[in-house]
Design a protein around this ligand. Structure first.
Ligand SMILES: [Zn+2]
Length: 391
């Protein structure tokens, strides 16, 4: 490769020109010094910068000499602190600071771009995966995780009606996320239930466990028995799409729901463990770029404590009424069959079910478990790498 080296002295950038057609790759000089690849600065074995690096890094260090070694295809730099660095072209190409390259890296390695969808688009984004294939094929496992990341919903079919299905599926990803309700839980109508979800009444749209700062990322629901009564339908809405609608049509409601902290709480006990969980956060949670991080919504788990000034209360209820109306309008509905494992992004989707008649002859039995997104994305990246999807 023929590479021409130049500098932008004003912005203290090193520019590498590979071809006349492409814009030059750009690298801040201070970043190059910090990321020297020599054995004093970088440990290959741990793939990490050596600790002395930043402690001794002096931001006044300046680039003295720069050259291109055509033989080794490396950028050579001499610094004002008498240090010499050498950077392979392939390493530099991966880290080019141009907007296009940063976007490419984030899509390929960080997370795939999420696509928000309306209730009417459900049939278009609906995709089924076969349980046994997910256990046996890494390619299938990757496709499932990818679909779940992009659309927030994926249906796994043909799982056996056995108790260890969720365990096996979670172990393929990494491991289960344990919560105050244990590793796995069972949803069926129980007399004197301690949790609203354990009743046969309709379950309005909600996210699971909004009262955790570290809210479980992916919910998995395995249908063991399905009610023959006309009820028991699943309801699911992409709440990021609902947030998009609010942003466009009801900007003041969007503002209120993204800025007003709500007290989410769960107080009680399950088996031996007593718990008192509280997390304060808005319904729509945004990052510094205004992107959605997470949705919180659960009517039974919204505390009667509402720790905001009194004048913020009525505007919040009015905005929430709009959110709930849109979430119900945008819901897709279907009824899972025994052997289905419904998997969805619990930071993004709100889910619920219609009521059903629960009698001795008409039982609905669902097992549930969680996996965290950190673990799911890690598996997604490892599989992409192993299967050569980065090449
Ligand atoms: Zn070095």
């Amino acid at each position: 490769m023929l590479v021409q080296v130049s500098r932008d002295l004003q912005q203290q950038l090193v520019l590498l020109h590979v071809s006349a057609e492409q814009p030059a790759m750009q690298f801040p000089e201070i970043w190059l010094r910090d990321n020297c690849r020599c054995p004093k600065c970088y440990m290959k074995q741990t793939r990490s910068r050596l600790p002395h690096g930043w402690n001794y890094l002096d931001p006044t260090v300046r680039l003295q000499e720069i050259s291109w070694c055509a033989e080794q295809q490396t950028l050579q730099i001499e610094w004002s602190d008498d240090h010499q660095s050498s950077y392979p072209i392939s390493w530099l190409q991966e880290r080019d600071f141009s907007q296009a390259n940063r976007a490419r890296y984030l899509r390929a390695y960080y997370r795939p771009e999420q696509r928000h969808w309306s209730g009417q688009q459900y049939e278009l984004i609906r995709r089924e995966f076969q349980y046994q294939e997910l256990l046996e094929s890494d390619e299938a496992l990757l496709q499932w995780l990818h679909h779940l990341a992009v659309y927030g919903l994926a249906l796994v079919k043909q799982a056996p009606l056995e108790e260890d299905v969720l365990r096996k599926l979670c172990n393929r990803v990494g491991f289960m996320r344990r919560t105050t309700y244990g590793d796995e839980w069972s949803v069926r109508a129980q007399p004197g239930a301690s949790n609203y979800a354990y009743l046969a009444a309709p379950l309005p749209l909600h996210t699971d466990m909004p009262y955790f700062e570290y809210k479980p990322g992916v919910t998995l629901l395995h249908t063991l028995q399905q009610s023959d009564s006309p009820g028991g339908w699943n309801l699911l809405t992409d709440a990021f799409h609902v947030a998009d609608l609010l942003r466009q049509r009801y900007p003041s409601s969007f503002h209120v729901l993204s800025q007003t902290p709500v007290d989410w709480a769960d107080i009680g006990s399950d088996k031996e463990l007593s718990f008192h969980n509280i997390w304060r956060a808005p319904v729509i949670n945004l990052d510094a770029n205004g992107r959605y991080v997470r949705i919180n919504h659960s009517i039974p788990q919204r505390d009667s404590h509402f720790s905001v000034p009194a004048d913020q209360v009525r505007p919040w209820y009015e905005a929430m009424a709009v959110f709930i109306r849109l979430a119900n309008e945008q819901a897709c509905t279907f009824k899972t069959a025994p052997g289905d494992v419904l998997t969805f992004d619990n930071l993004r989707m709100v889910h619920g079910r219609t009521g059903y008649d629960d009698t001795d002859h008409n039982v609905r039995h669902i097992l549930g478990a969680f996996v965290d997104w950190d673990i799911a994305y890690s598996r997604w990246r490892v599989l992409k790498n192993a299967l050569g999807h980065y090449k």
